[in-house]
Structure formats: C-alpha cells, structure tokens
Design a protein around this ligand. Structure first.
Ligand code: TPP
Length: 676
C-alpha cells in the first residue's frame, strides 16, 4: 500500500523491493550529510532503522504528502525521538518536505529540530525525545480511531534499550487489554544503547514472551532484509483482535563499516572526512550534492547568526567571552566535570552507591568507577528507567547507603517527579539527585532535552535542598558537600557545555551562604579582576545595584557588572546564590536595603530564583526595584548553547540592559532610595 493521493485514492508512486533498497541507501547518505552539517546527532540508530523507515514511508503507509493531515492516513510515531534525522529523510523522500532542506538539521530556527516537533514540520505526527512515551500515545490514537470507526493503522517505532522504560509496559498492557489490532509496533533490536549492550546495561529479553503475555502477536525479522520487512508489515496489517509487534534484528550503524556495532557512534556525527568515507562505502559518491547541501547549511547558519546578533542589546564594544583577549579572557570547562571529579575523589566511602541511567559517560557519573574496579559492586546500572531507579535510590538510602543518581535533568528531576516527591522527599531520605545537562547546555538536542523547569519542581519539594554551582570548581566542592556532609534529599544541577571558570580553590563555598562578588581591577584574565567572599563577611560598599544569580548565570552576571562599570561607571554587587534552597535571606535583604535594585538571573524559566527572592517576607517594606532575567514561559529550540543564551535572552548583555533601565527608575525616584 504505497503513497496515495488522498483526494482520488490513486496510488501516486510505486516502489519495488529494489527501489526501496536503493531509497534506503540514499536516505542513509542524506542522513549522514545532515548529521555532518549539524556537527552532532545520532548516527548509529538512524542507520539501523533506515531500511524499515524506507519501507514504511515509501511503500507500507497509506499517506499523502500533499495532505499531511488527511484524517484517514496511517500514523507513524517515532517514540525513539533521537532518530529524528531518519524520520526527516523519510519525509523528504516521500515528498512531505524538500530532502535538501534537512541539512539545516539542529540549527537555530530549523524545522528539523534535534528531536521531532510536530508543530514545526508537517508529516511529524507527535513530538518526542523523552523515551518510552510513544506507545502510550499510540494507544490513545488507536482507541480514538476505534471510537471514530476509522480503519487506519498506528505504527510506533521504538528502540530495544527503550524497552527498559516501565511506561512501555503499561502501554503494552493497555494495547493488549483493549485488543488494539490497529497498532503495529516496531522495535529496532540493534542490541546497543548508550552505555553498551542492552543485555549488560539492563536486559530486556525475552521480548517475545513479554509481549505475548500482554496479548500481542509477534513477528521476528531481519530488519535489513527489505522483502522480509515489507512482508512483515503486510502480515501485521491483517492481524485481528491483537496488536502486533515486529522485532527487527538490526545492526547499529548499518552500512558504514566503522560505525557498525560501535557504541561510540550512538550520539555522534561524522566529520567531513568521515562523511566522504561513509558515502563511498554506501556507493553514493556523486549521487548526493554534498557541497551544495553543506553550503545551504552554512547559509542558514549565517542568517540565523545575523538575525540573532541584530536582536542583541548593543554597547560601545563587544564584551562577549574571549572577544577581547586582553580583558574578557576566561578558561572554560563544563560544570559536569566537577561532578564526576568529586565522585571519583570521594567514592572510596563504602556507603556511596552510584546508579547509572544509560547516559553515564557524558554526565560523568561513570568517573565514580573509572579506574576503580574495587567500586564495581557499588556501580548499579539501571538502564533507561528513571522512575524505578529513583525509588530504588530511596531503598538504598533507607538501608544507610549514600545513593547518587543522575541523568539529563529533564529525566532525573521531572520524569520521576512523583517518585522524588513520595519515595525520596516525603520519606526524607538521603538521596543525591544530579540534574545533568540542565538548561540550554544541550543546545542542538532541542527543547525536549533542555531542562528549564526542574528548579521549580525541586525547590517546591519539602525537605529537598537545591544547589546550582557556577563553575566546574564549585560543582566539585558542592558535590562533595552534598554527598558526604548533607543528610536528606538533595539536588545538584549542572551543565553540559563548557562555561567560564570564575572561582578557584580558595573561593569559599559554604552551603546555604551566598558569595558576594565585586569587580575590583582589571587583571590578566577576566576572573582575576573580581573578588569573591562570603556575603556575610562583606561590608556595605554602597553599590548602585545588585545582581543575584545562580549556576552559569553567575559568570554572565560578572560580565554584566563589567559592562555596567565600563559603559556607565556603575558599581555592582553580585550574589552567587549557589544554594537556592535554603536561600541566604540575609544576603538578599542586605542587597535590597543597601543597593535598592535587585536583578535576578537564572538559566531557567523565570521564577525559580526570582520567585524565592521577591516573595521573601523579610523584604516587605523595603524600597527595592526588582526585575528578572530568565526564560520567559517558552520552550527552547535547537541551536548551539551560546546561541540559545542569546535567543532565550539570558546573556550578560540582557542583564546589563535591564539593570540600566532599573538604574534610570531609581534615579527618577532618588528621594525614596536613601540606603543604610
Ligand atoms: C526518558 C529518557 N531517558 C534517557 C534518554 C537519553 N537517551 C537517548 S537515546 C538513549 C538510548 C536509547 O537506546 P535504544 O532505545 O536502544 O536506541 P538505539 O540504540 O536504537 O539508538 C538514551 C538513554 C532519553 N532520550 N529519554
């Protein structure tokens, strides 16, 4: 059943098995070019699913590219949203969008987001990226079709690692219970996930008997044999009374010798040289206009950069990081390194147990056991199962262990919110939760992976304490403190991208006590020009204004202070509010009373920091003007992390612009601002 014209019911294009094989090969090529142009993305899984995708989009599914919302179309859901580029090239080949445009993948403003967003691209059925949710959506769609007496099918593409998510099994149970024979699930059984082989990370086999027990029919095929794929879909369509799952045996990285079966190629893109090799191996040299496509990607990027810079607040010169090698120079390191460093240093404590959630290397929790085989029994891999792992951490804590779990903050502090609330916080158990890759720092992955709401939730949980360190050094100190000294539920939030190092070993870090930072004199490098001390040890210097910041916004606040001094002569008091909960109220009140202006700066939806500060009861009656920098009630976007800092208006320039406005208000009402 191929591509159709929805108006006439006529078939618009027929693909033979040989055509499909050729199309899949070409799709692999376009996929790799897009990944190369993006500089990031998932090569392994997009290549393993490609033959199935080609069959589905070009031959099996009943759909019409000219009428993507045709009510009678078959629905195709990509539960494994990280395979988005394979979805995009499928849509491109089927005619839903120009295949040449996919090369703008993961760039700011592109409809080809790092993970699919149905509101940005016709043909994408649902937004995905958080694994394990697609089959539940399919259940809803299948039941809706039944109510509406429609006969279309709902296809749902999943990974084998994804089967570790408990939600998959809730959906499998529902589909079996309701005899949803309009669901055809496909599992891309490439046997690998991020941390290694599925069987080692968290075995999901035998899938056959699991699905059978839930009332499904099972087909097992070679996921690279086009005849078998097409035949399986034909048979699945005929199923009556039972949902069908196709277990497709595949090879991760299929088609490219140096990617096949290599875990390292899960979330990696080929560079230019590697791209040429892949295209040669696929026999595609000369068939894809690579140079033209890469030029298109470059042009998109240039325009995105131009438009973004045009929207930035302007000053007499460029104050961006490292723009002026004499003054704005900083070392950059990802804050996550501090987390892993602290676990490595303090992991000998026999009570420490680290829980892996299949993203262990990049969030650095793996540093706990790297080079320490004696710690192997305290490294517990739980797979992609954040909810159960969170409650398991509560179990460890109840037995006197010091459990640490971490993932992307969206998965370790959102997906598992109820487990955190009841099993961890209500029980007041000693669990350290790491919100890694938080904020905009995952950049090109896009909105699904950018935690911009986690601090609301974590600060809102009774008993939970929350620390958001400002650089890698402070992250190491904070992790150590939380791990060994603080007893109770605790959340530490850090980032993926390298950010400026603005503290050193001698900078104080006292849990619950803000540091006060002041610009003193220009040093050899940016950070050296500032002095940081415990706020409670600092006398009032009658600064013009205060900026209260946490996490990666502390360096931005420092840069804003620099701009304000150089452009306007204003003196700024910066509070590094690394501990968001409990907040250092004394430092806040003093900042309000002694400067009369507070600008809060958070790399998060506005309100986690701003809400705590401005709702402080002790501020009642204090004459203070406040404003908040942060994300303004919107989702993020794919783009480079530093582009997103600009796009979401959380840069030093935005802080400085706001501070200038508040200074002008303060001057207009000068008589009210006579300070201590
Ligand atoms: C809920 C959730 N947890 C973690 C991740 C991060 N993540 C992205 S892909 C992936 C591994 C997926 O493995 P698998 O399902 O086997 O896919 P494949 O190997 O085919 O790419 C993980 C853990 C995520 N996207 N969603």
């Amino acid at each position: 059943m191929p591509l159709r014209d929805s108006a006439t019911g006529q078939v618009t294009k027929e693909y033979s098995i040989a055509d499909l094989r050729d199309a899949a090969c070409l799709m692999r090529g376009y996929n790799l070019v897009a990944l190369c142009a993006a500089g990031s993305g998932h090569a392994g899984g997009t290549l393993s699913i490609m033959d199935i995708a080609a069959a589905l989009y070009l031959h099996v599914a009943n759909h019409d590219p000219k009428n993507p919302n045709w009510p009678d179309r078959d629905r195709i859901l990509w539960s494994a949203g990280h395979k988005a580029p394979a979805l995009y090239v499928s849509l491109g080949m089927a005619g839903f969008c120009p295949v040449e445009d996919i090369v703008t993948l993961r760039k700011l403003g592109s409809p080809f987001q790092g993970h699919p967003h149905w509101l940005k691209l016709p043909g994408v059925e649902v937004s995905s990226g958080s694994l394990g949710q697609g089959l539940s959506i399919a259940v809803g769609m299948a039941l809706a079709a039944r109510i509406d007496q429609k006969s279309h099918k709902i296809f749902c593409l999943m990974g084998d690692g994804e089967q570790q998510e408990g939600q998959v099994w809730e959906a499998a149970m529902e589909a079996g219970h309701y005899h949803l024979d309009n669901i055809i699930a496909v599992i891309d059984c490439n046997r690998l996930q991020i941390d290694g082989y599925v069987k080692d990370v968290m075995n999901v086999q035998p899938l056959v008997s699991k699905y059978a027990d839930f009332g499904w029919d099972i087909l097992r095929i070679d996921g690279h044999n086009m005849s078998e794929i097409v035949d399986a879909f034909d048979r699945a369509r005929l199923s009556s009374g039972r949902p069908v799952v196709i277990l497709a045996d595949t090879v991760k990285g299929k088609g490219v010798s140096f990617m096949e079966g290599q875990p390292g190629w899960h979330g990696k893109a080929p560079n230019r040289e590697e791209l040429d090799k892949t295209l040669n191996e696929l026999g595609l040299a000369g068939r894809i206009p690579v140079e033209e496509l890469l030029a298109k990607a470059k042009a998109w990027q240039a325009e995105a950069t131009r438009a973004l810079d045009a929207r930035m607040p302007r000053f007499s010169r460029d104050y961006w990081w490292n723009a002026d090698p004499a003054t704005m120079q900083v070392k950059m390191e990802p804050t996550r390194k501090g987390f892993g460093g602290a676990l490595a240093e303090n992991g000998d404590d026999e009570r420490v147990v680290c829980i892996g959630l299949d993203i262990s290397g990049s969030i650095t929790i793996a540093d706990f056991y790297a080079g320490h085989p004696e710690r192997a029994n305290r490294w517990i891999s739980m797979g992609i199962a954040e909810q159960s792992a969170t409650a398991a951490a509560a179990g460890f804590a109840r037995e006197g262990k010091l459990p640490v779990l971490g993932s992307y903050a969206t998965f370790s502090a959102a997906r598992n919110l109820d487990q955190l609330r009841v099993s961890v916080c209500y029980s007041n158990l000693n669990v350290l939760v790491a919100g890694a890759h938080a904020g905009v720092s995952v950049g090109a992955d896009g909105a699904t992976h950018q935690a911009l709401e986690d601090l609301f939730a974590m600060c809102g949980l009774p008993n939970m304490v929350v620390v958001v360190p400002c650089d890698a050094i402070e992250t190491r100190k904070a992790t150590r403190h939380l791990l060994l000294d603080h007893v109770g539920p605790k959340y530490i939030r850090f980032a993926r991208e390298a950010t400026p190092i603005v503290t050193d070993e001698s900078t104080p870090f006292v849990f619950g006590k803000a540091n006060l930072i002041r610009l003193r004199a220009e040093g050899a490098e940016f950070a050296g020009a500032f002095e940081a001390r415990l706020a409670e040890d600092c006398a009032n210097e009658h600064e013009d204004l205060s900026i209260i910041a946490c996490g990666p916004m502390v360096p931005e606040a420092m840069r804003a202070a620099w701009i304000l001094k150089h452009e306007f002569g204003y003196e700024t008091r910066i509070l590094n509010m690394h501990t968001l909960k409990p907040i250092d109220s004394e430092a806040v009140i003093r900042a309000a009373r002694e400067t009369g202006i507070i600008v809060t700066a958070e790399e998060h939806q506005i309100g986690a920091l701003a809400g705590i500060i401005t709702s402080s009861r002790e501020l009642y009656g204090t004459r203070v003007i406040t404003s908040a920098i942060g994300v303004k009630d919107r989702f993020g976007d794919s783009g480079a992390p530093w582009e997103l800092v600009k796009e979401l208006q959380v840069s030093a320039e935005h802080i400085a612009e706001t501070a200038i406005e508040l200074m002008s208000t303060k001057r207009q009402h000068a008589e009210h601002f006579v300070h201590a």
